[in-house]
Write a protein that binds this ligand. Structure first.
Ligand code: ZN
Ligand code: ZN
Ligand code: ZN
Length: 359
C-alpha cells in the first residue's frame, strides 16, 4: 500500500476479502466492507444478519463491526478510516452504488482500484496456495478422466446432461462449488464460451469440455480449478486430427516457453506462432491464458503486449484454441505453475491427446 501510495483499502465484494481474511461477502445490496488502513487496525463492517457467517479465524484478524438495519453503513466505513486518509483503494467488484455513496460523502478523497495493491501480491502464490491449486487440479483431472474413459458418456446425450454430470463429479471430487461447465459439441464448439444446450451429441462430433470449480483444501479461501479437454465421438476425420495436432503442438510450445524471467506475452506468442504457421491464426480468437487462484481469471494474463515478467509462484492457464465457424472447435487447457527454480510444471496431468470415445 505504501508503494502504491494508498492510505487504506476498502474491500467489499470480490476475491480480495476472502483471500485476506477467509470471509466472503454475500453479493447483497447491504454493504459489507473491510476497512484496511496502511497504518492502524482493520475493521470489517458487516450487516448484522451476516455476522454469524464470519468465521473465528477472521475475527482473530480483524475487528468486526456489525450494523443493524437502521444504521448507516457508509458512515461506519468512513468513521473507521484513520484521520487524513486521502487515497482509497476500492475492491474492483464493489457495487457501484456503494462507491458512489462513499464518493459523495468524501469529495476530497482520491479513488483507485484495490487491485493496484492486491493483484501483484495475489499473483505470486506461496507454497500453501500452490498446494491448494494442485489439489483442485487433481480433482478436475479425475473428472477429465471420467470423460476420456467413457464413465461420463457423451454419445446420444445432450450437452446439458453431460455438463450436469461434470458439475456433479467436480463436487464429488472435493470442490465446494462449480464455477462453470462448458460442453460444446460439433459446430457449437466454434464459440469458445458456449453455454450447454439441448443439442444431442452425435457420432463424428468433437466435444470441447471446459470446466472448473473452487476447492477449500483446509480452511480459508477456496482455490480454483480450470481444465479443457477436447474429445472425439468415434474416429474423427483427417482434417480434425490434423487441426488437433497443431493445437497440441501450440499448447506444448506455450507450456515450454513458460518460465521465470519470460514476459507474459512471450508465452502467448510461442503458442500463437504454431497456430499461425499452420494457417489457423485468425481462428485463435483469444489470449493464451490467465492467472488463477482464488479467482478463476486473475493476473497475470498471457496476452500480446503484456510485458509483465513471470516469477516463481505465478500460476496460470495455457489454453490455445482453434475455432472454425459452422464446423468445429477445439481447445486444450492446463494450469501451469512456475516453481522455485524458475521452471514451469503442469498441475493437470489428464491425457492431452484427442481421446476417441465410443460413438
Ligand atoms: Zn474461458
Ligand atoms: Zn477453462
Ligand atoms: Zn481457463
Amino acid at each position: 500500500m505504501a508503494a502504491a501510495g494508498v492510505d487504506a483499502l476498502l474491500l467489499s465484494l470480490g476475491a480480495d476479502l476472502p483471500w485476506l481474511t477467509g470471509y466472503e461477502a454475500m453479493p447483497l445490496e447491504r454493504l459489507t466492507m473491510l476497512v484496511l488502513p496502511a497504518a492502524g487496525d482493520p475493521v470489517l463492517v458487516v450487516p448484522l444478519l451476516e455476522e454469524p457467517r464470519v468465521p473465528p479465524s477472521t475475527r482473530d484478524l480483524v475487528e468486526v463491526r456489525a450494523w443493524s438495519e437502521e444504521e448507516d453503513p457508509v458512515g461506519l466505513v468512513l468513521a473507521s478510516l484513520p484521520p487524513g486518509s486521502q487515497v482509497l483503494g476500492v475492491s474492483d467488484r464493489t457495487w457501484a452504488v456503494a462507491l458512489l455513496a462513499l464518493q459523495e460523502r468524501r469529495p476530497g478523497a482520491r479513488w483507485t482500484p484495490a487491485s493496484a495493491v492486491t493483484a501483484p501480491v495475489r499473483a505470486v502464490k506461496d507454497a500453501a496456495e500452490i498446494a491448494a491449486l494442485e489439489a483442485a487440479a487433481a480433482a478436475a483431472d479425475r473428472v477429465a478422466d471420467d470423460l476420456q474413459s467413457g464413465a461420463i458418456p457423451l454419445a446420444g446425450r445432450t450437452e446439458r446432461q453431460v455438463a450436469g454430470d461434470v458439475g456433479r463429479r467436480l463436487v464429488e471430487e472435493g470442490h465446494q462449488r462449480v464455477n462453470f461447465a462448458i460442453v460444446a459439441s460439433g459446430p457449437n464448439a466454434a464459440s469458445p464460451h458456449h453455454e450447454p444446450t439441448e443439442r444431442v451429441i452425435a457420432p463424428g462430433d468433437t466435444v470441447v469440455c471446459d470446466f472448473g470449480g473452487a476447492l477449500v483444501p483446509g480452511g480459508g479461501a477456496a482455490y480454483c480449478s480450470d481444465i479443457t479437454r477436447t474429445l472425439a465421438v468415434g474416429e474423427p476425420p483427417d482434417d480434425v486430427r490434423a487441426c488437433y495436432d497443431v493445437l497440441a503442438a501450440a499448447q506444448a510450445a506455450g507450456r515450454g516457453a513458460a518460465r521465470a524471467g519470460v514476459a507474459a506475452w512471450q508465452v502467448d506468442d510461442a503458442a500463437r506462432r504454431v497456430i499461425e504457421a499452420a494457417g489457423f491464426g485468425r481462428h485463435f480468437v483469444h489470449r493464451t491464458g490467465h492467472g488463477i487462484g482464488v479467482e478463476e481469471h486473475e493476473p497475470p494474463y498471457l496476452v500480446a503486449g503484456n510485458e509483465e515478467v513471470l516469477v516463481p509462484g505465478n500460476a496460470f492457464s495455457v489454453e490455445p484454441g482453434i475455432y472454425l465457424p459452422g464446423r468445429f472447435g477445439m481447445r486444450l487447457e492446463d494450469i501451469v505453475v512456475i516453481g522455485p527454480g524458475g521452471e514451469s510444471r503442469s498441475l493437470n496431468r489428464a491425457d492431452r491427446s484427442l481421446v476417441v470415445v465410443d460413438p
